[in-house]
Design a protein around this ligand. Structure first.
Ligand code: HEC
Length: 214
């Protein structure tokens, strides 16, 4: 927007002093300003934080953007959208034959033979080869996610256990830290057989009502 109105190039010319701006130019400029103003007014969503930040759905009554959310599920959803959504999809349904669903998954919900430890282990250390989810076979691979912090993994898992109709207790950062320590020697992604060989843990620690430590 820093257009030069003073024609400085011609400073040394004798006859050229500061010319008045062309009225046409001024008019065009004002028009552009007005258009810009209206455009913003109609398309900015009133500059509400939640218009831009899809996770910040704290409407706080009067439409005033609320302070940054600290709910693990909200943070977890954002992290899910950054790290997991390309394969498991926003719907949590995955892609048939390629990426298994998280909705109703026995791993996510720690149902049957599955424990909370299996869920944390497979996300921390990755998966490879033949893998059955909800009676469907997959034969693909998932990279390890151990570069994420204990808290980030806990938030993601707490989120995927609570959206899309899933309803399982939160996973705490402490529990992720514990499993990370116990499986630190794992150098390769798990196969289903290796994962299932570990006994299921459904510790009180990961199911308690204690809020995640910040
Ligand atoms: C590049 C694709 C990809 C990404 C990204 C990805 N996954 Fe996976 N995920 C897979 C595949 C493929 C499997 C099945 C592994 C196999 O076939 O051996 C899987 C399996 C799983 C399972 C166990 C099976 C099930 O459906 O319940 C969970 C839980 C899971 N992923 C969670 C996550 C989480 C959490 C993230 C993000 C931190 C993530 N995944 C990111 C591809 C991906």
């Amino acid at each position: 927007m820093n257009h030069d109105h003073h024609n400085n190039q011609h400073e040394n010319g004798s006859e050229e002093t500061s010319r008045p701006l062309s009225p046409w130019l001024v008019g065009a400029f004002m028009l552009a300003l007005c258009w810009g103003g209206f455009y913003l007014a109609f398309n900015s969503g009133g500059f509400r934080q939640d218009v831009y930040e899809s996770n910040a759905v704290n409407w706080a009554g009067g439409g005033v953007a609320a302070a940054a959310p600290v709910d693990p599920k909200v943070v977890g959803k954002r992290l899910y959208n950054q790290n997991c959504v390309v394969c498991h999809q926003a719907s949590g349904m995955g892609v048939a034959g390629q990426f298994p669903p998280l909705v109703g998954s026995e791993y996510v919900l720690a149902e049957g033979n599955m424990g909370d430890n299996h869920l944390v282990m497979l996300v921390l250390n990755g998966l490879q080869g033949h893998f059955m989810v909800k009676g469907q076979a997959y034969n693909n691979a998932m990279v390890p996610w151990k570069q994420l912090s204990d808290e980030q993994i806990a938030d993601i898992l707490t989120y995927i256990r609570s959206d899309w109709g899933n309803n399982a207790p939160p996973i705490t950062p402490d529990f992720v830290a514990q499993i990370r320590k116990e499986t630190a020697s794992a150098t390769d992604s798990y196969t289903q057989e290796q994962l299932m060989a570990m006994p299921a843990m459904k510790p009180a620690a990961s199911q308690g009502s204690a809020p995640a430590k910040k």
